[in-house]
Design a protein around this ligand. Structure first.
Ligand SMILES: [Zn+2]
Length: 369
């Protein structure tokens, strides 16, 4: 007898997803089957999915009818015969980062540099990603999904599934901070501090011992809210009030910040990024993890003279995900700031099609299959 499950599936681009009854998949030898308890969503996910083929025609989506759902957390239900560590009953976050696992970079633990790099249940930025989608066609908007054992992050008891549904963007912020070599005694400049990546970067930077955080944003109310998290360590600037780079230098005796995290929203003007670049100190790092998608007119002699590094950062490893939840387990990182709004699977279309996001990076939208 085959066992059935409910899954939200998109049959046609631009059309709402339908709730279909399909077979529960069997995990392959190196995979596990996860019973999904919560799956995080980014507001406006539908907009991204529907426009993806136009924006990036060589970067695939899952085949239709497609099960989307990027940030799933749940309980291991069944394991394949070659799975050694995971076992039924484990509470896990499923890192959607998929890669081949056997090329040079994958063997070196740098899966995000693999030519098969794909975000399960969302999209691929690699033209070879289709092969991965065919191997892993199940996203988190379903009652069950298969996942490779390497993707699992073990959740501590004090981390709720709904909070774990936000780990994708918290992890992306952590990956950026690691690329920035963030640590005690440093000054950070976070451009776009009120958004999902900005707020997460702030909590993480505080937990990682960064001394001072300078942050920019547009929404005054949210900026004040971020500042209130640690008024002695955080300064905020409303974008447009003055150039952010000059502001950062003014607050650091002319030196500038040790690193800049560019976490601006989608379609943010490139000028905003150029401004904040001026706020990095000699030998500092600028990490781009945000939504600016434009050519950057950059004085490369300045880059050389100042020995500034410009770094692109993309997602995070399962090991980095584990480090984040280990910080939650010990209480160094508190994710209770997340304001969770849950939607049943039947309301998936409402949940993904552009909710009014008043709380910026403090909000957390999850689908509960
Ligand atoms: Zn690879």
């Amino acid at each position: 007898m085959t066992v059935k499950m409910l899954a939200a599936r998109m049959h046609t681009l631009g059309e709402p997803m339908s709730i279909d009854t399909i077979e529960v998949p069997e995990p392959r030898p190196t995979d596990v089957l996860v019973r999904v308890k919560a799956c995080g969503i980014v507001p406006n996910m539908a907009n991204v999915i529907n426009n993806w083929p136009t924006w990036f025609p060589h970067q695939p989506l899952p085949r239709f009818p497609a099960i989307f759902g990027l940030d799933a957390a749940g309980v291991v239900e069944k394991v394949g015969e070659a799975v050694l560590n995971a076992k039924p009953g484990d509470r896990v976050y499923v890192n959607p980062l998929r890669s081949c696992g056997s090329c040079r970079v994958c063997r070196g633990g740098e899966r995000s540099r693999c030519r098969y790099y794909t975000l399960n249940g969302y999209f691929s930025t690699s033209r070879d990603g289709q092969r991965i989608f065919d191997l892993y066609p199940y996203g988190g908007f379903a009652e069950f999904m298969t996942a490779p054992e390497y993707s699992l992050v073990n959740l501590p008891a004090n981390l709720a599934f709904e909070q774990a549904g936000k780990l994708g963007y918290i992890g992306t912020s952590y990956g950026a901070l690691r690329n920035a070599a963030a640590g005690p005694g440093q000054v950070a400049l976070i451009d776009g501090i009120t958004g999902t990546l900005g707020v997460a970067s702030t909590f993480l930077a505080l937990a990682m011992g960064v001394s001072r955080i300078l942050g920019t944003g547009r929404d005054e109310r949210l900026l004040e809210r971020v500042k209130a998290l640690a008024p002695d360590r955080i300064e905020v600037l409303r974008l447009g009030d003055e150039p952010s780079g000059e502001w950062a230098r003014k607050l650091t005796d002319g030196d500038g910040a040790d690193f800049v995290i560019s976490a601006l929203g989608a379609q943010a003007p490139v000028e905003t990024m150029l401004d904040s670049l001026q706020g990095v100190r000699r030998g500092g790092r600028v990490v781009n993890v945000g939504g600016v998608a434009a050519r950057l007119p950059l004085d490369v002699k300045w880059l050389m003279d100042e020995q500034v590094q410009l770094i692109g950062s993309n997602w995070f490893t399962s090991q980095q995900g584990q480090e984040i939840v280990d910080m939650v387990e010990t209480g160094v990182l508190d994710l209770s700031y997340l304001e969770t709004r849950s939607f049943p699977l039947a309301e998936v279309n409402t949940a993904i099609s552009g909710l009014k996001d008043r709380d910026g990076g403090f909000s957390n939208y999850v689908v509960i299959p």
